[in-house]
Design a protein around this ligand. Sequence first.
Ligand code: G3D
Ligand code: MG
Length: 175
Amino acid sequence: MGKREFVWKIVVLGDGSVGKTSLVEFYTHRSFKDFYLPTIGANHSLKEVDLDANTRVKAILWDVAGQAKFAQIRKMFYEKAVGAVFVFDVTNRKSFEGIDAWKQDLTDVLGEGFPSTLIANKIDLAERRKVTSEEGFEKAADLGMLYFETSAKQGDGVDDAFQNLLLLLLDRVKW
Ligand code: G3D
Ligand code: MG
């Protein structure tokens, strides 16, 4: 059997400053920068992963700008995505409460049923935490998402979060 290769577009959504760019940067380049210019428009980064001996995935991660205020621009950004990563910051309750609206925004364009992951980021800031693991987990269950907790700064949980989404996507194409 020959090797098969998939190219998947995955969008990374969430409020400004929750760590979207940092997560993508860590996952694709193993680096963390303390200072980022706010994303303008969208960044996209490529990650190539062998999910099994016969399966290579090229994941193109689109990291939306928090300031993408225009529905028409967001729609272009979402088009042809096969999966989504929703991110909130555990020290910012408002970013957690905003997740439903991000999900709805994407659903309006893609329809229901796309595989997605909820990421609770910045767990290194434990003393400033405003959202519990239970709340995060419950939200993910309600919205039909996987759930992972990460620190893009320390790298904790980042690979797991993305890898499990890719495996879920692979499951979909098998059937
Ligand atoms: P965004 O792309 O969602 O807007 P960024 O978010 O990736 O630009 O990150 C926003 C800020 O949060 C950055 O700091 C970044 O360094 C910080 N950050 C991202 N992830 C983590 C994390 O896991 N832990 C901690 N402690 N900080 C994180 P600045 O200072 O540039 O605003
Ligand atoms: Mg950004």
